[in-house]
Write a protein that binds this ligand. Sequence first.
Ligand code: 7RM
Length: 632
Amino acid sequence: MTTQIKDLEHYKTMYDESVKDPEGFWKKEAETFTWFKPFDKVCEWDFQGPNIKWFLNGKTNISYNCLDRHLATRADQTAIIWEPNDPSFPARHISYKELHEEVCKCANGLKFIGVEKGDRVVFYMPMVAELAIGVLACARIGAIHSVVFAGFSAQALADRVDDASAKVIICSDYNRRGAKNISVKTVVDDAMDKSCNSVEKVIVQKNTGGHVDWSDDTDIWWHDLVEEQSAECEAEEMDSEDMLFILYTSGSTGKPKGVVHTIGGYMTYTCFSFKNVFQYKEGDIYWCTADIGWITGHSYIVYGPLLAGATTMMFEGVPTFPDAGRFWSICEKHKVNQFYTAPTAIRALMAKGDDWPAKYDLSSIKVLGSVGEPINEEAWHWYDKHIGKGNAPIIDTWWQTETGGIMITPLPGITDTKPTYASYPMPGIQPVLVDSDGNVLEGNDIEGLLCIKYPWPSMIRTTYGDHERCKNVYFSAFKDMYFTGDGARKDNEGRIRVIGRVDDVINVSGHRMGTAEVENAINEHPNVVESAVVGYPHDIKGQGIYAYVITQNKDLDDTFKKEILDVVRREIGPIAKPDKIQFVSGLPKTRSGKIMRRILRKIASKDAENLGDISTLLNPDCVEDLKAGALV
Ligand code: 7RM
């Protein structure tokens, strides 16, 4: 088992060790796993390629390390607690032994329909236990999973399936969300009608049992395929650098890119970080409220906790069903010890009043985590006072899809915490702040662009099918550094506060989105000439989506706005719908034709008095119109 940090002294010595001798440091951690054949070199890297390899020539299997390795000591311990959307339904407690069996059966089912090592399998499912079982089954046979968040549209799903040229899609019939059942299979059917030519089979998990249209050629029920399979399936011997999964994430340009993670490094880092960041102790009940469709769910619902032999909870539902006390009622019901959620959820529940958490016994909670976006001071204090009762340290964890695991965070009970500060790097992580020329800023009390100057095991290896893009986005901005896209500051004692993106990526309710993606969707409307999308501060969502739209449409009424929203819903999904749409006659452009987003951001953020120098614009006249029509 990877090392657990005991106290501040221990953290400091480990950190120093990890910088002085990174290879020695990670060798020790990696060796705590089961390797079918030991690795012969710890790390090989250059950030120019980029070419990053960890635990070279080692052979292992992450599903073996999540499951089989624990059977001798914790076969009957609960691995996953599954809490249903409807609180009157029973929760499921799946032991390590049962999970092992289910994963083996599913793995055999996948093999039966022809899934082989290296094939891509796309998941489009709600938060049902079969999702966790399915990804582990892929990992067991060496298939590469790509989970697509079930809130994405058919078009967005089809784009991802095509990019990954997936052989199989695994979905559910319906998704239970609060009082509604949302059809999932019809979205897959739509995606299949659009393209998805690589897909041979669609496996459908029966969740609600509602009606689904059926295609005998491609569709197959999960239970028909899986139930009769043998509960034994040997774990495939995988190379440390074989792909484990692809997860699509938004960038500042173009379509979402498929971030690739590989087995050995991801395994080592997610387990190590899980144990330390949450200070997980034997017998604890750990709950991360994320969806497995995002990296947080991959690393800290499924892989990290299971690798560490923890009990991890999966929640099917939403925070406000049947009422705004649901999260706290679940914490009481299952005696949750570590609770990990997003600032947007905290703010939304804070707005419902202090009475909701007050109704429940939250005394089991030892650690409170936050992830996905900067947490504002007010939400931090509310979380501390009303959920943690001043007794549970708040860990503000900064990381990204690309980093695979938590990079900067306080360690609960070990380091101090400070509102809105992610604070300290994990052992093995070497963050630096640089200026726009790439000069490293030394000392404290500084502000700059956040980079990482040394590789870590769970870092991105490539963007699927387009290595150049990976190089350009992350490794070309500054020589010999990984660039995060975030701006950050250091306080006078060296704690790091991540301020937010410095590129055209926005963060809406913790969902990462490219403004270009939303613009492309809006532009699909035949009457839209051009559009520009920016983020603006939003009380609950963190950032809201503000769209400036040029149109030939004469009727600038709500029907037209609704049509635009429908296009965005169709192209990406409801999470990308603009909160505000302002019709404009022109957009501020530089002489080279680039939209000056700085100006648009300021207008949308009620900061139109400080636009700075606009004289260099091609069309400075449009600015007064923009200001006059602003929806603020
Ligand atoms: C885990 C995740 C990554 C982006 C990242 C930041 C922002 C995430 C924090 C944060 C401030 C935090 N992956 N972000 N955590 N900003 N404080 N604790 O969210 O790929 O979806 O997003 O999210 O901008 O670059 S992600």
